[in-house]
Ligand binder design. Structure first.
Ligand SMILES: NC(=O)c1ccc[n+]([C@@H]2O[C@H](COP(=O)([O-])OP(=O)(O)OC[C@H]3O[C@@H](n4cnc5c(N)ncnc54)[C@H](OP(=O)(O)O)[C@@H]3O)[C@@H](O)[C@H]2O)c1
Length: 332
């Protein structure tokens, strides 16, 4: 039997994404085979395709940072996973595929009552927002924060989780996307036409408790002084190059040495490869919030997995508010 995947055949735009056919093989020892139900389309997929990374993926590769699916077969030595289990995984690559093979230790158990289309944004976008809020910045109810990139997949996760946490929120977003920020109680600032530093200085003379920065651009030098003493700037953006990564580390050392009581912290989901426990705890907390109806991912568009090219085109258009998900045909 054959199955299909999407492959980035070379560096470039969505047109380099092609469908390829693979042989469906039994899983190797310690491995499970998963039938994909949902997979995310996010900015890291786009950045990887263009090679904008300190350590770019070699082409050809299959993008797809997170998946939700059903265990379809298990290899020798697999002890916990069973055929029929609903699971998720933070794959980083490989999600745009009808079937995915993974080591058992990468699986995240998922309650079957939850909709896979709503679970997949929790595996990447919500975990970034949740952990930067609660583990990096350790926000408290009443804190005042700024969200840079507030209208995207991670940005809208911040808006929902920030409202639950009782935060006073400001968000940078294009004017056409301001309604979604206002819906979650955030004050929108149009970074195209307004000087966000001047706006926040005027509205919050006491300074901000935290800033969540998803842009690898240059908000940090302009905005760091907006933090009050004891305030934290959390950067979760992926640098586009090795020099960008080194510049970020340089700023990390310099800004944390300055005796002004402000801190810069870096966040990356790569930490899950070192210690999965906090991630498993936080995914479970997010599944509870979804099950209780306290969060509801903003889904801008759903596409069949094999139409990943169209989904990437839409993401790159800059028109998207929230998440784009790819789904198995039976879920559309
Ligand atoms: N560290 C990690 O582990 C990790 C994991 C996942 C993603 N990331 C990073 O997180 C970032 C966001 O990812 P995402 O998937 O949420 O992206 P996304 O859904 O495409 O959202 C990005 C948002 O940023 C806004 N934006 C674009 N240029 C901007 C600018 N110059 N200033 C302010 N806002 C701007 C866009 O909306 P407007 O039209 O409103 O500008 C867009 O909605 C990316 O840099 C990605 O690499 C990091």
């Amino acid at each position: 039997m054959k199955y299909k995947s999407i492959v980035a055949t070379r560096r470039g735009g969505p047109e380099v994404l092609q469908i390829v056919e693979n042989e469906l093989r039994p899983p190797a020892a310690g491995e499970v085979r998963i039938k994909t139900l949902a997979t995310s389309v996010s900015l890291p997929d786009v950045e990887a395709r263009y090679g904008r990374s300190p350590f770019p993926a070699k082409v050809p590769f299959t993008p797809g940072y997170s998946i939700v699916g059903t265990v379809d077969a298990v290899g020798e030595g697999v002890t916990q996973a069973k055929v029929g289990d609903r699971v998720a995984a933070l794959t980083a690559y490989g999600g745009y595929s009808e079937y995915v093979y993974l080591p058992e230790k990468k699986l995240i158990p998922v309650p079957t009552a939850l909709d896979p289309a709503e679970v997949v944004p929790l595996i990447l976008n919500y975990i970034v927002a949740y952990q930067t809020l609660h583990r990096s910045a350790k926000v408290k109810s009443g804190d005042t924060v700024l969200i840079i990139g507030a209208s995207g997949g991670i940005g809208t996760a911040f808006l929902q989780l920030g409202r639950i946490a009782g935060l006073k929120m400001y968000g940078l977003a294009s004017k056409s996307k301001h309604a979604i920020l206002a819906e979650y109680g955030a004050t929108p600032i149009d970074y195209h036409t307004e000087d966000f530093v001047a706006v926040i200085r005027q509205l919050e003379p006491g300074g901000l408790d935290a800033v969540f920065d998803g842009m690898s651009g240059d908000y940090l030098p302009q905005g760091f002084s907006l933090l009050r003493r004891g305030g934290v700037w959390v950067s979760y953006a992926n640098p586009f190059s090795l020099s960008g990564l080194l510049r970020l580390f340089g700023r990390l050392i310099l800004l944390n040495l300055l005796p002004n009581g402000r801190a810069l912290k870096l966040y990356g989901t790569g930490a899950s490869y070192l210690d999965r426990r906090p991630f498993l705890e936080d995914w479970a907390a997010l599944f509870d919030l979804l099950g209780e109806g306290k969060i509801s991912p903003v889904i801008a568009a759903k596409f069949p997995i094999l139409e990943a090219g169209k989904a990437n085109e839409l993401l790159e258009s800059g028109q998207v508010i929230g998440n784009i998900v790819l789904l198995a045909p039976e879920l559309l």
